[in-house]
Write a protein that binds this ligand. Structure first.
Ligand SMILES: [Zn+2]
Length: 234
């Protein structure tokens, strides 16, 4: 019975990770109820990882490659591990990441964390896009540990994404956790699917923003945030 439950609740990628990382810290990210659940998940995960590796092997064949040549022998395994790592955000929950790092605080000015490194993968081509996120909020009685903001970015970046949704999801998470007076998120990123395919200018950046509360309604707040966020952009 438990087998079926594990199967329906967890995404494929979660099982791959559980299989690949059985026994190490990664399984800590998976919500596992008991030791036997963990074993079951790990063995199921190993099957899923093998299935994924076979898929990559077939992909190499279809590309006209020989998966048996020396340089490619371990590629399916490496790709499975890399994909599991790059999509580990599916395992992470905002409440787990933030934990008890929310504090009562009377501070009423804008808090901004700039230049948060961000790596994600576009869901249209499964190619990386990467850049920086700038996050600001105006508290309404609650603040969050500053180190948690990059970790919130990580939750949503480490899965298949479009930049617009990624920006909104980060803003929404901060709104849910802190109920602040306002929140603003700006992401500037370059997309390999554009750069490598020569679709657009090689160095064009995509900039997205999500503004809530005072950041949307108060022009002064919005201008202050955008000026700070865009300061180093060139
Ligand atoms: Zn793309």
């Amino acid at each position: 019975m438990r087998h079926a439950k594990v199967n329906t609740v967890l995404p494929l990628a979660t099982k791959i990770r559980a299989g690949l990382h059985h026994g190490d810290v990664m399984t800590g990210a998976v919500r596992i109820r008991s030791l036997s659940d963990e074993d079951e998940l790990a063995s199921e995960g190993q099957d899923t990882a093998l299935e994924f590796e076979n898929l990559v092997r077939r992909q190499l064949e279809l590309l006209g490659e020989d998966p048996a040549r020396e340089g490619l022998l371990k590629t399916p395994e490496r790709v499975a591990k890399a994909q599991a790592w790059l999509t580990r955000g599916y395992d992470l929950r905002v409440e787990d990441v933030v934990g008890d790092a929310v504090f009562e605080e009377a501070h009423e000015s804008m808090i901004i964390v700039r230049d948060i490194e961000l790596y994600s993968m576009c869901e249209h081509h499964m190619l990386p896009f990467f850049g920086k996120a700038h996050i600001a909020y105006i508290p309404d009685g609650k603040i969050v540990g500053l180190s948690k903001l990059p970790r919130i970015v990580e939750i949503f970046a480490r899965r298949l994404q479009v930049q617009e949704r990624l920006t909104e999801e980060i803003a929404q998470a901060i709104e849910d956790v802190l109920k602040p007076r306002g929140v603003g998120v700006v992401i500037e990123a370059v997309h390999l699917c554009m750069m490598m395919r020569g679709v657009e200018k090689q160095n064009s950046k995509t900039i997205t923003s999500a503004l809530r509360g005072q950041f949307r309604d108060c022009p002064m707040t919005r201008d202050e945030f955008l000026r700070l966020a865009y300061r180093t952009m060139a």
